[in-house]
Design a protein around this ligand. Structure first.
Ligand code: E4P
Length: 221
């Protein structure tokens, strides 16, 4: 399973990259705004800075919503760096734009997926990734993980190469559940990724190992 970090914060991206388990980054206009990145030139510079940190798979989201504008913006984003994956919203013109960009050899990530039918349409159009938003479904009392399961079944039935990128992840259990269900990728905040490290028995076990080693070394003196 691939691990992407869901942030536009360069320090957090570096920290995840340094951990040695990072396969990519997802951003969105809200995450860019949270880092205070505004204006075309700054946005472009920020995408380039992210690409300089990671090995591949930097999702850059279009902010236009018509076919003509989306393909123009998508092509411009793709030209910034070969690591860029153009993120397109699940709307009618978005599906058409995915089809066009895929035909041009540009990778796409269809975002804001909340139903299996939307994922199927994006896969038919040739999206490289579909991003079902688990946490936002959970927030409205709809089972987000069930959506991953349904999309997995549909994609496997027909052998779609489109990868399921589980998004809107809220914590470590979401990541583990996605792994069990066969999501190809998760994108999560750094806190959810590093929470996977933690177990109290690991901490107490390590403390005992080190204490026993110290005792034995002192006894041997
Ligand atoms: C996906 O690529 C989105 O950036 C993201 O996962 C949205 O998650 P949120 O519900 O935490 O905003």
């Amino acid at each position: 399973m691939k691990f992407f970090i869901d942030t536009a914060n360069l320090d957090q991206i570096k920290e995840a990259q340094d951990l040695g388990v990072l396969d990519g980054v997802t951003t969105n206009p809200s995450l860019m705004a949270k880092e205070g990145i505004t204006g075309e030139a700054n946005v472009i510079a920020h995408y380039k800075a992210i690409c300089a940190i990671v090995d591949d798979n930097v999702s850059a989201e279009v902010i236009s919503t018509t076919y003509d504008e989306m393909i123009k913006e998508g092509e411009a984003l793709a030209q910034l760096d070969p690591k860029i994956v153009v993120k397109i919203p699940m709307i009618k013109d978005g599906v058409k734009a995915i089809k066009y960009l895929t035909g041009k050899g540009i990778r796409t990530n269809c975002t804001l997926i909340f139903s299996p039918g939307q994922a199927l349409l994006a896969a038919k159009a040739g999206a490289s990734y579909v991003s079902p938003f688990l946490g936002r479904l959970d927030d409205i009392s709809v089972d987000g993980l069930a959506l991953i399961e349904e999309i997995r079944l549909i994609f496997d039935n027909y052998g779609y190469a489109t990868e399921i990128l589980a998004a809107s992840i809220r914590g470590p259990l979401h990541i583990v559940s996605c792994a069990k269900l066969g999501a190809d990728v998760i994108t999560a905040p750094l806190s959810a990724i590093t929470a996977l490290l933690k177990h109290p028995l690991t901490d107490s076990g390590l403390a005992t190992f080190l204490a026993d080693h110290k005792k034995a070394a002192e006894a041997a003196k």
